[in-house]
Structure formats: C-alpha cells, structure tokens
Ligand binder design. Structure first.
Ligand SMILES: Cc1cc2nc3c(=O)[nH]c(=O)nc-3n(C[C@H](O)[C@H](O)[C@H](O)COP(=O)(O)O)c2cc1C
Length: 149
C-alpha cells in the first residue's frame, strides 16, 4: 500500500500577517511546535499571506476550536488578495502587529527566525513565540480531516 500523509494528525490554525497596512491570513495544518518557545509552519508559494510574513518577519497563529470549521474554510479556501477574510471577525494585535483572532482557543504572536525553501515551492518558517494567550483551555480543538475541505 502507498503511504498517505493524511494519516498524520494535525490541528488547524489561522496564520496571519500584517505589513504596511495590508492584512492577510490562511488556514494552516502544517504547523507544529519544535520547542516550548518555537513554532514551525509551512506555507505554499501561491499564498497571498506569505509575502506579508516574509516582509514583516512575523506572523500570528490562532488555534481553532472544533466548532470553527467555517473559519478554517474561510481562511483556507480563498486568497487574501481576492477576499477580505477578516470581515466581521474580531481580532487584536500584540508585539508583532500580526492580527490574532479574539474568538479561538489560544493565540501565539511569533517572530520569524529562520526560513527554508523546499523543492516544491513551500517555505518553512521557524519562529520564536514572543507572546500569546490561552482563552479557552478546556475547548476541543479542530483536527484536520481531509474530507472536511
Ligand atoms: C484545513 C486547511 C489546512 C491548510 N493548511 C495549509 C498549510 O499548512 N500550508 C499552506 O500553505 N496552505 C494550507 N492550506 C491552504 C491555504 O489555507 C489556502 O491556499 C489559502 O487560500 C491561502 O490563503 P492566502 O492566499 O490568503 O494566503 C490549508 C487549507 C485548509 C482548508
């Protein structure tokens, strides 16, 4: 049987960035902690959010609740240069200036420390957590299932 990376378990997050008044965000399942102070995300070359992460050298990561599938679809199905994904969504900023969702399990404000370009065009962003907050420690988190998207 062929391998399937769909069998790996991922959470679903909203990764956001802001640079020179432009705000963008995408849904991300390729994200993990690599220490208690560092996170790693992987963003594809077609992402409209990616240039803002690169230019600002920072991003926000918001942890979605299990009942926030609609939010994952909004951020995961459209490009930020075509749709204002933040319409009607409350957010705040911290040190980096990246928008962080108010309504979610928890947020991380991150500064990019290293990047690695992959052969397929994706880019890894290794980032230090500058700040963050837990809003709903008991809430069930959204887990990625391919059939939801
Ligand atoms: C649940 C889910 C998880 C996703 N995970 C990633 C990911 O880890 N990295 C990535 O580059 N794109 C991922 N995507 C695709 C982007 O969210 C999608 O291409 C989005 O439209 C990009 O938005 P942007 O162009 O505004 O940055 C995911 C999409 C969904 C629905």
């Amino acid at each position: 049987m062929e391998y399937s990376t769909d069998l790996l378990t991922h959470g679903v997050y909203v990764v956001t960035a802001r640079q020179e008044g432009k705000t963008a965000g995408l849904a991300v399942a390729w994200a993990t902690q690599v220490s208690s102070e560092e996170l790693l995300i992987c963003v594809g070359s077609k992402s409209a959010t990616r240039p803002l992460i690169e230019q600002s050298a920072s991003f926000g990561l918001s942890v979605l609740r299990a009942d926030q599938l609609d939010m994952a679809r909004t951020f995961g199905w459209h490009h930020s240069d075509e749709v204002n994904k933040f319409a009607g969504i409350a957010f705040h900023t911290r040190q980096s200036g990246a928008p962080l969702l108010n309504d979610c399990v928890a947020v991380f404000d991150c500064r990019v420390e290293k990047t690695v370009e992959l052969e397929g065009g994706q880019k890894l962003f290794l980032a230090r957590i500058l700040d963050g907050e837990v809003f709903e420690p008991e809430a069930e988190r959204l887990i990625y299932r391919a059939e939801d998207y």
